[in-house]
Design a binder for this molecule. Structure first.
Ligand code: MN
Length: 206
């Protein structure tokens, strides 16, 4: 089990087949303004790969893009909407098909309104996740040991939670509804990018 830091792309052949857990770190929450600094990806077998993009990057990254756009690979995210927008805007690919642990959590854990990654990891896996580096500067030339560990830990538990949430969705009869929500996520991310970030277009309100 190790954390690997790569510059500008993933090396070829480091991911086993099957679902991959994905997360991104950016300069902030406004995607077109706040550049993509890091993409974390893991095949769930114990290693996490961090792909760092320098300021002014051309975002070529053919190996990373191929993995993200692979229709045979499910991409596991926590709050996919944000990551899909960043990936689409900077890398130009749609990271689908998607499973979002936050949406799955909202559909099955209706007994709580705590759907953050930390809360979910604590309840489903009984582990404590540190969120200390969440709002740190991801744009520098060097990432600290604490930043690398934080970035890696954001994808470390998604496979285990995916398995549990798939079973919970099945138990509650919400698998098809969840899938329909996941399938809509790339379009939801595009609405964010196209100027409807705060609008619920399904709402009766204008
Ligand atoms: Mn993260």
């Amino acid at each position: 089990m190790a954390v690997y830091l790569h510059e500008e792309d993933l090396p070829e052949g480091v991911l086993a087949p099957g679902p991959v857990a994905v997360d991104t770190e950016t300069m902030g929450l406004i995607t077109p303004r706040d550049r993509l600094c890091l993409v974390q990806i893991s095949d769930g077998r114990g290693d996490e790969h961090l792909v760092r993009f320098a300021p002014g990057s051309a975002f070529a990254a053919p190996n990373l893009k191929a993995a993200l756009a692979d229709p045979a690979r499910i991409k596991l995210f926590h709050f996919a909407r944000f990551d899909l927008a960043a990936i689409e805007h900077y890398l130009g690919v749609t990271a689908a098909p998607v499973f979002c642990t936050k949406i799955a959590s909202k559909l099955v854990r209706t007994y709580t309104d705590r759907h953050g990654l930390k809360d979910l990891v604590r309840e489903l896996l009984g582990k404590e996740l540190s969120k200390q580096q969440q709002s740190s500067d991801w744009g520098g030339a060097d990432l600290s040991e604490a930043q690398r560990e934080y970035a890696a830990s954001d994808v470390r538990h998604l496979h285990a939670m995916h398995a549990i949430l798939v079973a919970r969705l099945e138990r509650e009869g919400r698998t098809a509804l969840a899938q329909a929500c996941f399938d809509f996520l790339p379009a939801r991310a595009r609405l964010d990018l196209a100027g409807w970030p705060d609008k619920d277009i399904f709402s009766h309100e204008s």
